[in-house]
Ligand binder design. Structure first.
Ligand SMILES: *Cc1c(COP(=O)(O)O)cnc(C)c1O
Length: 362
C-alpha cells in the first residue's frame, strides 16, 4: 500500500468507523457464537501471496464482527464504561503515524499524565479518605489510612472508574483524605472520553517507583534524565497523551463535566424506575453511573432473570455479589446512551421478569 492508496482506504475506513458507530444500535450487543467459531471461517495457514484490501474488509463483517461484544452500543450496560470519542480516535491515528517508542524525556508523555493526577489531587481538602473500589462501594478508610502511613505501608487508591468524576466539584468530597495516599490512579479510558488505553497514575514520592524500575544502559542515556522509562516495566510507551490533549481541548472541562453529569443522571433515572417497581429493590447507593438492583427473592430467581437477559441479547448486563446476594448491575457505559435506552432497557427487564415470575407461579 502506497500513500495514494492509503489516502483512499483511510477515507473509506473513516466512513466505515462512522457508519459502525452511528448504526451500532442495530447490532445485537452480545455475540451469538461459541468458542472456536472462528476455526471454520478462517484458513488454517497464513497467506503466502498478498491478498486484496477488499477481501480483508469483507471478512471484517463475515469473520470478525459476529464475535464482537459491542462495548460502545448504547445497550451495553455491563462492567464499566470504555471511553470513546472522535477526537481521541483521530489523535490515535496521529499517534500511530508518529509511532515513537517514547522512552526518553524527549519523546515521553508520562509527565503530562502524571500532572493531571497531581492537579486532581491538589484540589482536595483533608480529613477522611474514601477509597473508590469495585465501582460499587465507597469504603471509608478514615481510620485505616493514617495508621497505614504509621506502619509504613504503601497506600494506593485505585480510582480507575470513579477518578474521572472528580473533575466535577460535587464529587470532590469523596476524595477527602486523599493526601494520605502514596499513589492514585484513574483511567481516562473509562469515563473521560479517551479511547482505550490510557491510565494515569500519580505517585507521591517518585523515587519509590524509579528505584524499583531503574535501569541505565549507555545507549539509553539522555541529557535530561527525568524520563518516563523508569516508571514502568516495558521500555517503550505509546504517545498516549496526544489523545488526552485532543479530547481535553475539544471538549473543554465543561464538556467533560457535562458527559459525567449526564451519565450520572441516566443512572439516577434508572434507579427511580427500579424504585417505583415493588417487585425490585436497589442494593447499594447510586453514587455515580452504576445501579445495583435485583428482584426481591432468591439468588436463583435473579440468576434466571440474568440468563434470560443475556439470552435475548438486547442489552448486556453482568452480575455481582453483595453480602451474599446475587445482584444485577447496570452501568451507564456508552457515550451514545440516552434516556430512551434506559427506558427501553427497563421495559425489557420488566417484561422478562414478568415472564419469569409467571413461570415460577406455575
Ligand atoms: C476498571 C477497573 C480496573 C481495571 O482497569 P484497567 O486499567 O482497564 O485494567 C481496576 N480497578 C478498578 C477499581 C476498576 O474499576
Amino acid at each position: 500500500m502506497d500513500a495514494a492508496e492509503f489516502r483512499r482506504r483511510g477515507k473509506e475506513m473513516v466512513d466505515y468507523v462512522a457508519d459502525y458507530l452511528e448504526k451500532i444500535e442495530e447490532r445485537p450487543v452480545y455475540p451469538d457464537v461459541e468458542p472456536g467459531y472462528l476455526r471454520s471461517l478462517i484458513p488454517t495457514e497464513a497467506p503466502v501471496e498478498p491478498e486484496s484490501y477488499e477481501d480483508i474488509m469483507k471478512d471484517v463483517e463475515r469473520v470478525v464482527m459476529p464475535g464482537i461484544t459491542h462495548w460502545h452500543s448504547p445497550n451495553f450496560f455491563a462492567y464499566f464504561p470504555a471511553a470513546s470519542s472522535y477526537p481521541a480516535m483521530l489523535a490515535d491515528m496521529l499517534c500511530t503515524a508518529i509511532g515513537c517508542i517514547g522512552f526518553s524525556w524527549a519523546h515521553s508523555s508520562v509527565e503530562r499524565a502524571a500532572l493531571i493526577g497531581a492537579v486532581m489531587m491538589k484540589k482536595v481538602p483533608t480529613d477522611n479518605l474514601y477509597g473508590v473500589r469495585e465501582e460499587i462501594c465507597f469504603f471509608n478508610f478514615s481510620s485505616s489510612i493514617p495508621s497505614c502511613n504509621q506502619e509504613n505501608m504503601w497506600m494506593h487508591i485505585d480510582a480507575a472508574y470513579a477518578g474521572s468524576a472528580f473533575i466535577c466539584p460535587e464529587f470532590r468530597p469523596l476524595l477527602n483524605g486523599v493526601e494520605y495516599a502514596d499513589s492514585f490512579n484513574f483511567n481516562p479510558h473509562k469515563w473521560m472520553l479517551v479511547n482505550f488505553d490510557c491510565s494515569a497514575m500519580w505517585v507521591k514520592k517518585r523515587t519509590d517507583i524509579i528505584g524499583a524500575f531503574k535501569m541505565e544502559p549507555l545507549y539509553l542515556k539522555h541529557e535530561n534524565q527525568e524520563s518516563g522509562r523508569h516508571w514502568q516495566i516495558p521500555l517503550g510507551r505509546r504517545f498516549r497523551s496526544l489523545k488526552m490533549w485532543f479530547v481535553f481541548r475539544m471538549y473543554g472541562l465543561q464538556g467533560l463535566q457535562a458527559h459525567i453529569r449526564k451519565q450520572v443522571g441516566l443512572a439516577k433515572e434508572f434507579e427511580s424506575l427500579v424504585r417505583a417497581d415493588k417487585r425490585f429493590e436497589i442494593c447499594a447507593p447510586v453514587v455515580m453511573g452504576l445501579v445495583c438492583f435485583r428482584l426481591k427473592g432468591s439468588n436463583e430467581l435473579n440468576q434466571s432473570l440474568l440468563k434470560k437477559i443475556t439470552k435475548s441479547r438486547e442489552i448486556h448486563l453482568v452480575p455481582c455479589q453483595l453480602s451474599g446476594s446475587f445482584v444485577l448491575r447496570l452501568a451507564i457505559c456508552s457515550r451514545s446512551t440516552e434516556s430512551r435506552h434506559i427506558q427501553q432497557a427497563w421495559q425489557h427487564i420488566t417484561q422478562l421478569a414478568f415472564e419469569l415470575l409467571q413461570e415460577h407461579r406455575h
